[in-house]
Design a protein around this ligand. Structure first.
Ligand code: ZN
Ligand code: ZN
Length: 179
């Protein structure tokens, strides 16, 4: 059964904090990101503090993700430990949870008497993913000519079709690496 991932703050007095510990089963968790999935339960533990005008959410999120290398397309796994710190204020809008952006909007908002900790944690989890997800920092990727995984097979293709501007850049980078 899916656990309630919202924390009620209705009875939280100013200055009080509430601790929580929740687990989202990996199977019931669909991350809104292609080629990324949780393969271990997502554990979220932390506190919500009523700080007068606003609420402070502090939480640690841990799980293990399986994702696809952006260079060689091989799937790999990675442990994730994430610390969340978020300020929340009551909203007048119509959505449950709105992440505001702008110069003076350094906080998020919520409606009603509940804070959807599960949703906030998943958003942070997705935002924490690097754009380039590499199976290994030095992953050689796929050969642009024959398509082989260059980590596994050394092909004989020559980068003759490479953009001359890139080739010039390559030369500069190689020189820099010599120092
Ligand atoms: Zn790779
Ligand atoms: Zn090749």
């Amino acid at each position: 059964m899916m656990q309630d991932l919202k924390i009620s703050i209705a009875k939280l007095q100013s200055g009080e904090e509430r601790s929580f510990n929740m687990v989202i089963p990996a199977k019931s968790c669909q991350l809104p990101e292609e080629h990324v999935e949780a393969i271990q339960p997502i554990v979220i533990e932390g506190t919500i503090t009523h700080a007068g005008d606003f609420f402070v959410l502090l939480a640690n999120v841990t799980t293990r993700l399986r994702m696809q290398c952006t260079r060689c397309l091989v799937e790999f796994e990675k442990d994730v430990h994430l610390a969340i710190e978020e300020e929340l204020r009551k909203a007048e809008g119509s959505e449950d949870f709105v992440e505001l952006s702008g110069d003076d909007d350094l906080y998020s908002t919520f409606l009603g008497h509940e804070i959807d900790v599960g949703q906030i944690a998943l958003e942070h989890l997705v935002l924490s993913l690097p754009i380039k997800r590499l199976c290994h920092p030095e992953c050689l990727g796929l050969c642009p000519i024959c398509g082989q995984d260059r980590n596994k097979n050394k092909c004989e293709c020559k980068d003759e079709n490479i953009d001359p501007r890139l080739q010039a850049l390559k030369k500069i980078l190689n020189k820099e690496n010599q120092f």
